[in-house]
Write a protein that binds this ligand. Sequence first.
Ligand code: CMP
Length: 153
Amino acid sequence: MRTNLTENNLNNKTLAILKPDCTRKNLIGKVISHFQNAGFKIRGMKMIKLTEDSAKGFYEVHKERPFFNDLIIYMTSGPCVPIVLEKENAVEEFRKLIGATDPAKAEEGTIRKLYADNIQENIVHGSDSNDNALKEIAHFFSRKELLEINGWQ
Ligand code: CMP
């Protein structure tokens, strides 16, 4: 039986992206350790270079913002690592772990406070709602690539 990407089977999941500044600074392992130490389970992961179209589609909600063009240049400047994470209350818990968009405003100990340089090059993306988590996961992953959905742990 085929499994659909629905609210039911993707509850408690969020999408993280390790951004090009994270991969460029060789911080992939360190940042993923923070996720795992905070109790997130990895349910899907890949390393890719975003095309311009894919980056524009992913960030379409920001297309009228003044930073949009620079955001697309940055997100296509090197490899990214999209990761599907699972934990109770994943979206909110993950946003607490990564901290505010602007590292200057992020709390001590958060990933962006520890590793990010500025509001654009902020190391990691996290979904901002359950609905967006579903859309964002589907942007990068097919059903077959999501381990838990296929009965793997
Ligand atoms: P993210 O959480 O992935 O969501 C949108 C991204 O746009 C954000 O992280 C930053 O990389 C970037 N961004 C958001 N606000 C600004 C801003 N004011 N100036 C530059 N870049 C921004």
